[in-house]
Design a protein around this ligand. Structure first.
Ligand SMILES: C=CC1=C(C)c2cc3[nH]c(cc4nc(cc5[nH]c(cc1n2)c(C)c5CCC(=O)O)C(CCC(=O)O)=C4C)c(C)c3C=C
Ligand SMILES: [Fe+2]
Ligand SMILES: [Fe+2]
Length: 343
């Protein structure tokens, strides 16, 4: 029987340093996130980052935590429940990090008689630290625990027309009634090095933007290209002009150069350029989470207003919107009935 496994990033068990520490340990010790040799990763993560970050992150998490738990988990569960209502196939939810593991998701599907799984990483764009690590982990778990399970993987869906339409509709609804002079598309950042590592040609991606609009096979795995594609597609659907929108990258860790421009620098810069009424959208995430609710909706607002901005609005992610549920359910049905994946 066929079944579906939706996978998101995961959250700590609670917004306390005690629970945030093991979560960050699993996350940052992933070789696709901090991609240095294991001995060095141990020093950087356990010897440096985990000495202070759990306390700081726990404080941030406690600002956005809901009575039911982590917003990312609660929203992903609501989304899964709605998708389940639209199909007879079993649908399970797993997380790349934390207690709700991918393995548990497979076990749940197996207990319902599933032997063929559609694996759905809940990321529109390809990055080795998000989409790729989900796929690799799922394949490792299959190898170890479910060797007879057949797996098909949903590709990154950043250029799927139906996805772009619901994303644009959600943004249009968020913009309605808000007097804005600029719309910022803020994507989760990644180290520039990851772009080069993910380039199968090893020469196409230049990071400086000179490559991303030239057609190339490298774009299948180029996070930067895919983010700019999303901005441009939505801009066209909404009929916004080029100078009304920009793209930036948030949530960087100290150290290496990450993709630019940095979102927090843009918050400082815009008011100086006369852009004082800002709407911010965060399309790298399908569900709201720490990075959208705290970093953008709370901290970002404060930074922008302090820099001279006059009004600010964060537009919610797709979350469990019915039209998004409908798009996902249609992809699932196309796979179930026709073995077809979204283009
Ligand atoms: C678009 C998806 C994501 C990419 C790409 C990504 C890369 C990436 N992230 C870190 C470090 C951290 N990210 C953290 C939180 C976080 N990251 C994503 C998504 C992507 N990360 C989400 C959805 C979340 C929120 C999780 C939640 O529970 O709400 C954190 C933890 C919080 C903190 O301490 O700031 C870290 C750390 C790196 C290093 C990286 C690429 C190399
Ligand atoms: Fe992250
Ligand atoms: Fe590129």
């Amino acid at each position: 029987m066929k079944g579906v496994l939706l996978v998101n990033l995961g959250s700590p068990e609670s917004p306390t340093p005690k629970d945030v520490k093991p979560y960050l340990d699993e996350f940052l010790m992933d070789e696709r996130v901090i991609d240095v040799p294991k001995v060095l990763r141990n020093i950087i993560v356990r010897g440096i980052i985990l000495q202070s970050r759990p306390k700081k992150s726990a404080k941030a998490y406690s600002k956005i935590w809901w009575d039911e738990g982590s917003p990312l988990i609660v929203i992903s569960e609501r989304f899964k429940d709605k998708v389940q209502k639209k199909t007879k196939m079993p649908v399970a939810l797993g997380m790349r990090y934390g207690k709700m593991s991918i393995k548990k998701g497979f076990e749940e599907l197996r207990s319902k008689g599933v032997d063929e799984v559609l694996l759905v990483p809940l990321y529109p764009h390809y990055a080795m630290s998000s989409y790729e690590t989900v796929v690799v982990k799922a394949m490792e778990d299959r190898e170890k625990y479910f060797p007879d399970m057949k797996i098909t993987t949903l590709p990154p869906f950043y250029k799927n027309v139906n996805y772009l339409k619901v994303l644009s509709k959600s943004i249009a609804e968020g913009l309605a009634g808000f007097d804005y002079d600029h719309v910022l598309f803020s994507y989760h950042g990644i180290p520039e090095r990851h772009i080069r590592k993910s380039d199968p040609t090893k020469y196409h991606c230049k990071i400086d933007g000179s490559c991303c609009s030239i057609n190339s096979i490298a774009h299948h795995t180029c996070y930067r290209h895919q983010c700019y594609f999303t901005t441009e597609a939505v801009r066209n659907i909404l009929g916004l002009s080029e100078d009304q929108v920009s793209t930036s990258f948030q949530s960087r860790l100290a150290g290496d150069p990450w993709l630019k421009p940095y979102t927090d620098y843009e918050f400082e810069r815009f008011p100086k350029m006369g852009k004082t009424k800002l709407a911010v959208i965060t399309p790298a995430f399908v569900s709201d989470c720490l990075e959208t609710l705290e970093e953008i909706a709370m901290e970002g607002k404060e930074e922008f207003l302090e820099a001279g901005g006059k009004s600010y609005k964060h537009i919610a992610c797709l979350n469990d919107r019915d039209d998004w549920v409908q798009v996902m359910s249609q992809w699932i049905e196309d796979w179930e009935v026709h073995n077809m994946l979204p283009a």
